[in-house]
Design a protein around this ligand. Sequence first.
Ligand SMILES: [Zn+2]
Length: 218
Amino acid sequence: MSKHIAPTFGQTSFHCPICSVYSEQTWSSYTDSHYQTRNPNGQQVMLHYRLTNFSSAKCKHCDQFSLWLNQKMVYPLTGNVEMANTDLPEHILSDYNEAKDIVNISPRGSAALLRLAIQKLCGHLGEKGKNINDDIASLVKRGLPVQLQQALDSVRVIGNHAVHPGVIDLDDKPETALALFSFVNIICDYFITQPKKIAEVFSNLPQKDKDNIAKRDS
Ligand SMILES: [Zn+2]
């Protein structure tokens, strides 16, 4: 699985927030722009706008611009979130995309939706899907790799903090939601995409080879 390089201010390459392709970005900034316009009588009027820290990055792949104000992306609004794994089941994909739509407006709401998505994903993978902690424990028994276990444990810890009022609320940070997006994709990749790919490779083998493998295994 290729790593998602989130768009960052000033970076010369990242995954484009518009076409999703990892590509080169050309930056321009408009700290002191002059606009020429005409008044209703047709006389030319020169207007001076001072736009503070307004920048754009043009994607080499799709020729579209992302717009940045004070080093933060303001267009597209959901630009710093990686695309959902296309193997996600439909009902989980819709949670993912809804979380993506609101991440910059409400990181906490976004993180809550993503926790729900992870819980549903655990359910889809044959776990009870009711309690994330139990499901994680069960997935570990099914041979969950250490990195994935740590990822899921962070989800659990982040969630526990969020339900206790007065405790530092990690979910207020967009970074938490951003981490959860990638966890959904990692889990999906490990349990759905990779097995699917392996099955495809096997099914494309010549019948003679498949027979030989079956003979060897019997
Ligand atoms: Zn692009």
